[in-house]
Ligand binder design. Sequence first.
Ligand code: ATP
Length: 598
Amino acid sequence: MSEQQTEPAETDVSIGEKLVELAKRRGYFFQSSGAYGGVGGFYTFGPQGAALKGNVEDAWRDRFAVAEGNMEIDAPTIMPEPVFEASGHLDGFDDMLVECPDCGESHRADHVVEDNTEYEDAESLPIPEVEEVIAEYELVCPNCGAGLAGQAVETFNLMFGTNIGPGDSQPGYLRPETAQGIFVEFPRLKEYARNQLPFGVSQIGRAYRNEISPRRSIIRTREFTQAELEFFIDPETDEPDLSAVADVEVRLYPASEQNAEDGEEIRTTIGDAVAEGILASPWVAYFLGVAKRWYDAVGVDMDRFRFRQHLSGERAHYASDCWDAEGELDGNWIELAGFSDRGDYDLSKHAAHSEDRFTVFRQYDEPKTVERATVDPDMSYLGPEFGGDAQAVVSELETLAGRDRSAFEGDSVTIDLDGESHELPTEKTGFAVEEQTEAGEHIIPHVIEPSFGVDRLVYTVLHHAYREDEVDGEDRTYLELDPEVAPTVVGVFPLQNDDELEATANDIVADLRDAGLSVTYDDSGNIGRRYRRQDEVGTPFCVTVDYETLENEATTVTVRERDTTAQKRLPVSDLPELMADLRAGELAFADLDGENES
Ligand code: ATP
């Protein structure tokens, strides 16, 4: 993650702190296991947070699974060791650790460097260089201020290990990304896709990383939710429909600009960025376009959003090109999602380490006639001559025939068996070259991966929605959440503690809930206070039942809009439909017909 400093907006500086306080008070998120002192890097989403997170996940599913016609799966979070040996995570999923000699606190060495020097991408530096920078800049422990110069920087693997079943004979790991759960099931998933590329498989689920120093509340935790799409393509033939996203405007920060002295972000469209070669992979470009529109729709401020290309040293072990979606928070750019071209890395690795087939059959346009060299060894000769090694000799001959036909041109053939040369008469190998007609070939698909962090997105949506203003001479804090993702859509209040008002308000609550809306009922405190409470959790509309509601034949209520605090008198019978349309963005409050109230 890059957390480069931008020009911090003066008013912005403490929004993160205010948000964390609001989140705890109003039930968005808080550190978990508080009764036992809490533990770093684990957070609980409270009632509002769980609802907001659920809405964001639903919106992601609607866009990246349903609307794109991709499958969704739900795989286990614990997987056996061989999976991560194959994927490379056991060897290479490391961060740089430096420990304070005084207080013993562990820190990510690259973050200590990035936060206190002009280095923006310390992750890509070799360890000895990071040690040198720490010494040269006399960097200190962020916790106690003791000097870190001379401390060894070590690699630390981020995987959480466990044992599967009793004893320790079957080690397992909590998955560090949901992706591996998709890759290992590829041999079955391709069947569900009828062996036709391209196809996509998505998954929303928990991932676990034993982060050295979790920080900034839910931005860097040890257990978090990812929403990932693995899109399998034939790199030679499959192309995305770029016309669907060509006109999407984007702010791009390519590696070349980051490396240049006066490098700048480029504002362009997806179509132009592909045409000019700024985005090399049309598939990555396609998903950047889809993602930009989606982030906008769920409430990320597009003035504080960009795509940044990874520098070469920063890329994960599997990626050939990678762009991050980044959101600006309190002057820092935070990675929200990564878009990688993973090539055939993952499927090749699992194919090599497992017994299953990770290929798809690519049909040729026209069948091809090809020459194939084959062997049909004389076993009555090989058996007595090579004994138990006879089968190994057959395999060697097969491999040799495929690799080097000229080896069979003389009277004898030389093969290598366990480092020893053996000669045998060519006539005993049954060597022949035959013509065969082939309809196609088996290929390992390539993978394009959009990988979204849900927790960071929830934080960003709240941060970008955070507002302070003054209403009727009083300070107000409110969250300008999009009604489609807001945890609660309507707050319903009886004006006073009165049986009739309460009964009518409860009927309205029931009708609104029947219409599928999330509603809260509140009868405690004065109306102003109840409005403030709903403003603070970001409830976009409030309905107040008063005596006029009871008197009128065609009963009406006051409906108040959160952002403008404007109020309108509207018929109770219309509420479910109106509220559903307002939530879906099909209606604007300002366009409603009702009588304005002050
Ligand atoms: P970082 O560089 O910030 O550690 P990453 O590049 O390792 O992140 P990816 O492996 O690309 O992250 O994971 C995809 C997404 O998962 C990230 O964009 C981020 O939103 C989310 N994510 C990764 N690590 C964490 C974490 N520790 N806590 C919360 N979200 C995370």
